[in-house]
Design a protein around this ligand. Sequence first.
Ligand code: NDP
Ligand code: MG
Length: 381
Amino acid sequence: MKKIAILGSTGSIGTQTLEIVRENPDLKVTGLAAGSNAALMEKQIREFGPDTAVMWSEKAAAELKTRISDLKTNVLCGMDGLLELAAMDGYEVLVTAVVGMIGIRPTIAAIESGKTIALANKETLVTAGHLIMPLAKKHGVSILPVDSEHSAIFQSLNGEDPGRISRILLTASGGPFRGKSRQELSSMTVEDALKHPNWSMGKKITVDSSTLVNKALEVMEACWLFGVGLDQIQVVVHPQSIIHSAVEYVDGAVIAQLGLPDMKLPIQYALFYPDRRPMKGEKLDLFDVATLTFERPDTETFRGLSLGLRAAGEGGSMPTVFNAANEKAVALFLNRQIGFLSIAELIEQCMDHHRRVENPDLEQILQAEAETYEYIESIKA
Ligand code: NDP
Ligand code: MG
């Protein structure tokens, strides 16, 4: 029996993780955490029977307590609750499926208590990779990628010497606006941005895919996970999302992982690694797909990618500012307070304004995040 806990159980990755639990009776859920959706959390608790549940808001935690007053599940709230859940005994793998930098501290707490991390929450590695990776090494903890591209790279590295990697080919669908001009992008609405051609995901990452900010975050995530330099990663736009990413070795061999776009495969792979389990659902039929195409990313039009690569190159606290500015800008866009192109504009303004800190500690990372939010408020006003 493998025991797991999930941060963000009511979201896209969280609910798909629970589908895998449902199909594999040797998985047991001992902890669940979410933001405010107490109704879905109640259903999940009744089905999966965790010992502990956390809601971010006090109001949602109070609501949940009322809803499950007939059960023994311990209900916690806020950051203290997330930290307690992450550090608690009685489980082995933490699936980090919350959105944004909120995941940093619980991920650290889980590593310090020896848990394996199945990492979907890429914002944690982007902003604090220089703290997380050495900490995981110190505690002998594995960080297993859930992000589909990183899972593909991880699978393509199986049995190989990481010293023989020449390049990582990080594929990108190009999102719903691939091929559009800046003029066309200026009028794109929230509804347009939320129509991803191949993947069904949470709102924030879907918008990040439309701006290509997601690919920039993934480049940084790959640098940390696989110990490669920025110059060893090539972003390849591949609209069919069949090749989930590839590794080129020093002899020129390219090893890739292919499959239909379905997050359940990388989630399941991380949960059972190094085992592979049967999975229900449609399988890849190359005759159906017929054509795989590749393009260079358009970094002039999609400034989210070029700004992210700049942040990655500058390093230190700059990736935090890039990420925090994006988190705030995407929230404003989803609230219809700014237009689509303003997302990248706000990110650039925040990066230009920031005085970079080399090798920031956790407090400095959280401070850079808070200052970025404040700066956006000040320039918006
Ligand atoms: P969703 O928005 O669908 O879900 C987010 C989850 O986090 C929800 O359960 C939400 O709870 C919870 N949550 C939000 N804020 C808090 C908080 N403060 N404390 C505790 N829980 C909180 O996101 P996704 O599942 O799409 O993405 C999750 C992460 O995985 C992101 O980092 C994303 O980049 C990454 N990822 C996602 C992929 C996908 O296919 N969706 C693919 C690859 C990576 P509530 O519902 O109550 O608000
Ligand atoms: Mg991805």
